[in-house]
Write a protein that binds this ligand. Structure first.
Ligand code: FEO
Length: 398
């Protein structure tokens, strides 16, 4: 028995809970996720978004707990990615709605993915459609998280359906933020932002400005993943403003991979040097940390220091993993340097230095390299390089 959950007078959550998913494009979803869909019971019945294909029956069961799915008149697809549209072709076939709406890009992408034989009506920024007694206004949310993304605002109940934005990967039997501990909300929302939305931060800032300028009354934000914000909606908007700026604080993240603990010894001395100057250090060995956790830590860091042993004239594979992932997510406002030990050729630290430069990280020095085991003098140099970075962070933060 799977029931809908009432969100407001005429809106119900009819999504699905994916307790077991642990990977979303390389982002480790340790707490699973939800795929949220919403039913609006107006004079016309509207369905906002759908769920991943294997969860179709769960969504239909929740809809049936309120109305016959055949009564759905209108479907709005805020985001074409398959976690929200996987079951859409079946739902369209089975419910035969009067109209299906998406952004112009969404309409195009849905046809490209599913070869639909139904028209998807493209809507533009600030277009409004009527459900009889209710109005839905669409807001373009380009790249949050795909080019097709849009928000839908239900004027009469002041709900902003925000698809991926303001979401988190968090499976729970609770549907609302007020029932979830604040530390979990903050951690999971920040991890989601750092691993999904970070590269689009300038567009996040622009969209938040636009939403603010429209003067919408917002009583709830209903995203497509995780809890519905009914209590902390203003808090999460403020958090997004901060994360979009990626404002650094006195914190450095050391990320490294080490074959025989020599690069690790260097990392430890660098960490001591940073700490001695009052910088908070996150010490992250790629053999025991996940790339998603590193992105979470970088969200408010001022510096990143990256090291690798040299393996076959290159960096270690676990370092290639994080370098590729980090480069794609384009973290900003970071300083740092590269380091590493080697046996004979020593290319790793140079490779990392080059990639960090390409990422726009302000490099405070050339790479710190050591042949085989670091001597006390080398470890002293590592400590002092940590101190130099700390001083550079303090100077920048003022
Ligand atoms: Fe939740 Fe971009 O899909």
């Amino acid at each position: 028995m799977q029931n809908a959950v009432r969100v407001s007078k005429n809106v119900y959550w009819v999504g699905a809970i994916d307790w077991n998913v642990r990977n979303f494009h390389g982002y480790q979803t340790r707490r699973g996720t939800t795929y949220n869909a919403y039913l609006i019971l107006g004079e016309k019945v509207g369905l906002i978004d759908a769920v991943k294909a294997p969860f179709k029956e769960e969504m239909l069961a929740r809809i049936r707990s309120v109305i016959d799915p055949q009564r759905i008149d209108i479907i709005v697809s805020n985001h074409a990615e398959m976690d929200h549209t996987g079951c859409l072709p079946d739902i369209i076939r089975e419910t035969n709605p009067q109209a299906i709406y998406a952004s112009a890009m969404g309409a195009k992408v849905l046809h490209e993915i599913y070869s639909l034989d139904r028209e998807i009506i493209p809507v533009k920024d600030e277009d409004t459609i009527s459900l009889g007694n209710f109005n839905l206004t669409f807001l373009e949310a380009r790249m949050l998280h795909w080019p097709d993304s849009m928000f839908t605002y239900l004027e009469e109940e002041n709900i902003l359906f925000s698809q991926d934005a303001f979401g988190m990967h968090y499976a729970s039997s609770e549907r609302f933020d007020s029932s979830i501990p604040q530390d979990i909300l903050e951690y999971e929302a920040a991890t989601y932002y750092a691993n999904i939305l970070l590269p689009y931060s300038p567009l996040v800032a622009k969209l938040l400005q636009k939403v603010g300028s429209l003067g919408l009354t917002i009583k709830a934000i209903a995203p497509d993943h995780g809890p519905i914000w009914r209590k902390n909606h203003q808090w999460i908007i403020e958090k997004y403003k901060n994360w979009a700026e990626q404002k650094p604080r006195a914190k450095a993240v050391i990320v490294y991979g080490s074959m025989w603990h020599n690069t690790e010894k260097m990392a430890r001395s660098i960490a001591e040097g940073l700490s001695s100057e009052g910088i908070e250090v996150k010490f992250m060995c790629m053999d025991c940390c996940h790339r998603s956790d590193i992105m979470y830590e970088l969200l408010d860091a001022a510096a990143v220091v990256i090291g690798s042993s040299t393996l076959n004239n290159n960096i270690l594979p676990q370092m290639a993993d994080i370098m590729t992932y980090m480069k794609g997510l384009k973290p900003k406002n970071l300083k740092g340097f590269a380091f590493g030990s080697y046996g004979w050729s020593g290319e790793a630290a140079d490779h990392i230095h080059g990639t960090m430069k390409d990422m726009g990280i302000e490099m405070i020095s050339e790479p710190l390299k050591v042949k085989n085991a670091p001597t006390d003098d080398v470890l002293k140099a590592c400590y002092e390089r940590g101190q130099a970075l700390a001083q550079s962070i303090h100077a920048a933060l003022g």
